[in-house]
Design a protein around this ligand. Sequence first.
Ligand code: ANZ
Ligand code: ZN
Length: 838
Amino acid sequence: MTIRFEVNVNYDHLEIEKKVDANRAGKNEFYCEIENKSKKKFYSLAMFPYPSGNAHMGHVLVYTLSDIKARFKKLKDYEVLHPMGWDAFGLPAENAAIKNKVRPDLWTGANIKKMKDDQLNRTGWSFDWDKELNTCSPDYYKWTQWLFLEMLKAGKAYKKAGYVNWCPEDQTVLANEQVIAGHCYRDGAVVEKKLMDQWFFRITDYAPQLWDDLAKLGNWASEAVAVQRNWINKNTGTNIDFTVPAFNENVRVFTTRADTLFGVTAVVLAPEHPLTAKILEKSQDAKVQSYVEASLKKSQVERLQSKDKTGVKTAYKCRHPFAESCAIKEVDIWIGDYVIGDYGTGAVMCVPAHDSRDYEFAKSFGLPVVQVVTPTGAAEMPKDDAFTDHGTLINSGEFDGLSSSQAIKKISAKLIAKNLGEETTTYQLRDWSVGRQRFWGCPIPIIYCDKCGTVPVAEKDLPVLLPNASDSDMKDGVISLKRFDSFVNTQCPTCGNAATRETDTLDTFLCSSWYAFRYLDNKNSEKIFDSKRVNHWMPIDFYVGGLEHAAQHMIYFRFITKFLKDRGYINFDEPVDHFFANGMIRKDGAKMSKSKGNVVVPTDVVETYGGDAVRLYILSDTPAELDRDWDDKGIKAKQDFIKKNFNVLSAYLESKRDVQEKKLSLDKYQDQNFLFDFYITLNEYEQTLENNLFNSAVAKVHALSNIFLKQIANTQNLNTESEQILKYLIKDYLISMGVFLPFTSEILLKEFYDEKISVYNNTWPEIPQKYLERSTISIAVQINGKKRAVIELAKDCSESVALETAFTNSDVIKHTQGLQILKKIYVAGKIINIVVKG
Ligand code: ANZ
Ligand code: ZN
């Protein structure tokens, strides 16, 4: 036999990887036949990367996870899709363009090439590059634009005034990431909030469905579902009207605790509330004026997180809806920025005794605290805080003595009867602001005409192409589509008059909210995708990504799916069956970051330890859902393990080149025990992979290797048939190991079995039922307290048979011959104890 790959019997990962890659070049081994309906499908997907130019350890973890799953399912005879693409629009490219004076498209393209060649293809990831997509390429963003137009047609895209971050120095809009502690990242100017017309998607129309369908996400990481629940946050409550005599109108508050109505000591309006503006106009109060202006400059996050509640009292009061029976007849109207403008009604009834935020607010301004709910049972009234639990009503007139939940119903009913309230459902979810005042994004396909107004670009005219930015376009450090006259100036598609294009681009979260569909039909120039394909392949069977995407990306992805279903393009309403949320890779207990100087670079470790070791190490010991600490010793140990496994196997197989592997009857194999060991462990390995217990799977890889290495060490007396069977079993073993160790397995299979063999396009070994449960057990025989032998017994063996068998064992005979036997007992299933005199 010729040595086909010239395997160096000493493990050298670089040489092995080079050979495996060379052999693979030019073939798309991982090609998925989308139209293949003869097999069950498996869609394994990891969130696609931003082409920053440098893969980091987080990428290594997610792509190894989706890859292990893909390879395993492929062996289990599924048609597997494991695609890869680029989330290429966004701020970093724009910033790099400004800093380095390179065009963002060129910068992005170079990074993609670098990541693909140097990084993604070196870790043994089975990506089907035929399905590659890139969100900044016109044949992709054409369909992002189409999706926008679909939203518009359905009445789900609209323009309204929204607050943006405004740098007064640059006279430009800043992204949230460009605002550092309230200041512009470039010139340090204090960032202001400015009202500008912006595009929104009506995701709130889908809030009830997004909420109800959380029940369908049984296979999601539970933390991710919790994040979604929090984000959508459905609440049932009561809207209550307080009349404001000075304005002859009502201010409506939203509360979940109508039972606390008798404890109201103020009504607080959000600075954005319409009545705030009216109050400002009527009172001309400078203090109120400056407070409102200052509040509007703060971001929502800042407002919610600030520890001290701020506010200002206005000159106006409103009437309590139960003034006739409540001790409190009227309360002051305040403005406070802890009240959010677009949640509930943008106004709250302030109940300091029972709401913590109201309590802090009341403390800051000396408002009265009136207790109206008293703890029931063992609960106690907290000392310096609100009592926020349900309890029993006091100080509430006719409602005294009711439980909170009874009181909520009764008080609501009375308010409704008086026409001063209604029961409501609210969601915290806000409409999705999709416009960005940035250059490097997907242009919004809208034209503004003086005569015709807002005119959507016709579908046949898509894509609206981004202009090519040249160096001079970036000279002042700001690029906006507004600068490109040739882009801005156009003709109205309706009347033909001169018109201008929308210069906002779309949020990159829109690009990533439909990419999983496009992988299934990435070359379609007629349609966004073929519905039949998508209906067959979705939902995604296994989706891997960080919990940091559990809110925005996963909500938008679910929303777009529901929208496409309503429009008749697909027939399912949840995009992801199983969402696997991976943990973080840390170093010395801290997040890896450039500033801490603790970054472990994937290319370096692949170079030093090899792709197989990286794959095995990154999933070992700790469940992949949890954070793990990177440890150089740990990966070195994995490399040593792989090396030993490789060296022993290759030396053995080298010496048995002339043996032809054969799938003979396993009964013929001389060491039946080995077969039990192998198949029982292989079966456990399979279960761990099926159930995503990846660290346990790594442990099984080690266990299997031990079983084979031990067997190889004991092969001196194997007859020819057993040797043929063993060689066959080693092949099966290598195929199953290929899930974690594609390079080592592939090279050994090619070298010693068949040069055309692939560790990917192959079949998981068949596991004979017979070898899954041992009918015998190994029992130690102790003589005078010393272990002298191990014998095989039938599981249900009687004591007399057990002892009889023991005395046929040569070691037992040796240690008892000629001696008086004082005692012999069999502890069933455990041990045989023999006591002799002498
Ligand atoms: C009075 C009250 C008394 C409240 C009490 C709570 C406890 P969740 O559960 O998060 O939805 N609220 C209503 N609108 C608000 C807004 N725009 N900005 C800030 N807070 C607002 O919160 C519902 C509760 O949050 C409402 O019930 C209201 O305070 C407050 F013992 O009303 B509650
Ligand atoms: Zn027109």
